[in-house]
Design a protein around this ligand. Structure first.
Ligand code: ATP
Ligand code: MG
Length: 587
């Protein structure tokens, strides 16, 4: 490459390249652990439960788990926490993998908590033999009554002092499927008086006669989250187990499970991994909590997102108004924009709510830099340039991006009859109006200066057409091409334009806190009735040629993406990803 050549920006050139090295508290811990030699290399994992689609909050965890591993030369696993088969589905498993890859990450190893069921079972037997776990016959209600409260200690279960032999026998019979769901649990024997309720003899296993997507009917018992999660991390040699703040109170139980099972010191417990071809290594992980991503105007729990779909309040999981990654993707959000959001928000232990405009700002920033420009008319009004001959036709050269020459140029057809935006004409202009008025002039972007001479109305008095004159001296390359006029508007040639379905999306909720359930309301009461409007617009031919998921800035209108499901070259469908400016700003 000669010195005058600069490398072309890659397709993935993102604004985040400008962000300095990240120095949040988790990365500081990782740096110190590597510097002190505590770890030669780090390992992280992203552990979703496959009981729904990932949402934008998960993007934060993904960027952190995978991002840190990548930055520090470590490895990050994707682990499906599939310990609750009743709610889990292979559909979610596939979508989650798709989402992680789409965000730009890949896993060192794909794991399932269900790969470890054999290990968990041996680990539970070890705890029983060590006198640290017992089979309890209390019902769920009774367990609750025995548990105590934040201010009162709990009481020991009457089954707590069962002998090791009896416990081993009962646990084996739980595993053999002899007992009904809920009849018994295996509980850790810790401390019913602990100030941390999670340590009051928590359940480690429950009976559930439910078929599992991976293990079928092999297991009528399933491990509880804290037990499975702690041991899963240990099995994978996770060094830094990153999770959200609500798990802070679970950390003592997490550590209890890791320490008391001690997989590293009892490698025989790892024997069942052989069946899955998995390495038999184990280490002591450290759990570190960070604050969740919260964004106003959204709901962000799988349960509520599931309800929105189930109750047909949106059109499926990937409805472009949904805050699932699939929805955001279909809306035209880019991986770079979401990664930028996560970087901007930062990592801390401080809970906060991010304003929706920050999310939209990240998308604008990415698309402003990357999206080619096109012209499209959303709400059309015919404008006839009467001084051009009938059948007049020409091809104008437009650059695809004002700040990025590497995006090249395209041809835009121009002719006597144009579509312009209805709102670019006013018979009686408000103060400061810069667009078309009767007798007034405006620049037709890239084509010349035009004037309106006649306003044609129908019997109802509605404007149906404008007729006017194109100044021949103002055409491109003519001497008057740079003559000053107040406004510039976009247009498309009526004869060449392609009809497009344009879906004008806006925020799904019209209030900042749709989760607010005071006054007996639910988020269903806060749905924005204007969140989707479908119109038929006209787009220039080069826009119709878009590949599904390709984004454009439609000049003066907003950023739009060719719908990844419905768009075809013959029947274009575009989704509005975000307007050019924030229309929701407090004011
Ligand atoms: P939800 O509560 O929305 O249903 P979840 O926490 O149950 O989500 P999991 O599948 O268990 O979903 O989450 C996988 C990982 O993603 C966990 O480590 C969790 O801490 C993290 N995560 C979930 N929601 C957020 C969020 N809003 N911000 C950051 N991380 C999140
Ligand atoms: Mg969960």
């Amino acid at each position: 490459m000669s010195p005058s050549e600069t490398p072309a920006p890659t397709a993935d050139a993102t604004p985040e390249t400008a962000i300095p090295e990240k120095r949040d508290f988790i990365r500081q811990i990782v740096r110190e652990d590597l510097a002190s030699g505590k770890h030669a290399a780090i390992r992280t994992r992203f552990p979703p439960e496959p009981n729904g689609y990932l949402h934008i909050g998960h993007a934060k965890a993904i960027c952190l788990d995978f991002g840190i591993a990548a930055e520090f030369g470590g490895r990050c696993n994707l682990r499906f926490d599939d310990t609750n088969p009743a709610k889990e589905d292979p559909e979610f498993v596939a979508a989650i993998q798709d989402d992680v890859r789409w965000l730009g990450f890949d896993w060192a190893s794909l794991r399932h908590a269900s790969d470890y069921f054999g290990v968990y079972y041996l680990a539970a037997q070890k705890l029983i033999r060590d006198g640290k776990a017992f089979v309890c016959d209390l019902s769920a209600d009774e367990v609750r009554a025995y548990r105590g409260s934040l201010t009162e200690p709990g009481r020991n279960s009457p089954y707590r002092e069962r002998s090791v032999e009896e416990n081993l026998d009962l646990f084996a019979r739980m595993r053999a499927g002899e007992f009904a769901d809920g009849a018994r649990t295996l509980r850790a024997k810790i401390d019913m008086a602990s100030g941390n309720i999670n340590l009051r003899d928590p359940a480690l296993y429950r009976i559930k006669h439910v078929e599992h997507q991976n293990t079928g009917n092999e297991w009528p018992i399933y491990p509880m989250y804290d037990f499975a999660h702690a041991l899963g991390d240990s099995i994978e040699g996770i060094t830094h187990s990153l999770c959200t703040l609500e798990f802070e109170d679970h950390r003592p139980l997490y550590d209890w499970c890791v320490d008391n099972v001690d997989l590293a010191g009892n490698p025989e417990l790892l024997a069942p991994l052989e069946k899955h071809g998995l390495p038999k290594e184990a280490a002591k992980p450290r759990q570190i909590e960070f604050s969740r991503l919260n964004i106003n105007y959204t709901v962000m729990s799988k349960r509520k997102l599931t309800q929105l779909v189930a109750e047909n309040l949106v059109e499926g999981w990937d409805d472009p108004r949904m805050y699932t990654l699939q929805g955001l993707r279909r809306r035209g959000y880019t991986p770079a924009a979401l990664r930028l959001l996560v970087d901007r928000v930062g990592i801390s232990k401080q809970n906060s709510v991010i304003d929706f405009s920050v999310l939209e700002g990240c998308l604008r920033e990415d698309l402003d830099a990357s999206a080619p420009r096109r012209m499209a008319v959303i709400e059309p009004l015919k404008f006839v340039l009467t001084n051009l001959p009938e059948g007049h036709e020409e091809s104008l050269t437009f650059s695809n991006h004002p700040k990025d020459e590497s995006q090249g140029e395209r041809q835009v057809p121009f002719s006597r009859e144009l579509w312009i935006e209805r709102e670019d004409f006013a018979e009686v202009p408000p103060k400061g109006w810069k667009r078309l008025v009767p007798g007034g002039e405006v620049r037709l972007r890239g084509a010349g200066i035009a004037r309106v001479d006649e306003v044609v109305k129908n019997e109802a008095g509605e404007i149906v057409e404008l007729r006017g004159w194109l100044d021949p001296e103002s055409r491109p390359a003519m001497e008057g091409a740079n003559r000053k006029v107040k406004g510039t508007i976009h247009w498309v040639s009526a004869r060449h334009a392609v009809a497009a379905e344009i879906r004008l999306y806006d925020r799904l909720f019209s209030v900042e806190k749709p989760d607010d359930e005071s006054e007996g309301k639910t988020y269903r009461d806060y749905l924005n009735p204007e969140s989707k409007k479908t119109v038929q617009g006209w787009i220039e031919p080069a826009a119709a040629q878009a590949a599904p998921e390709q984004s454009f800035q439609f000049e003066r209108t907003g950023y739009f993406v060719a719908d990844r499901r419905d768009h075809t070259v013959d029947k274009p469908v575009f989704n509005r990803s975000v307007t050019l400016r924030d229309t929701w700003a407090a004011g």
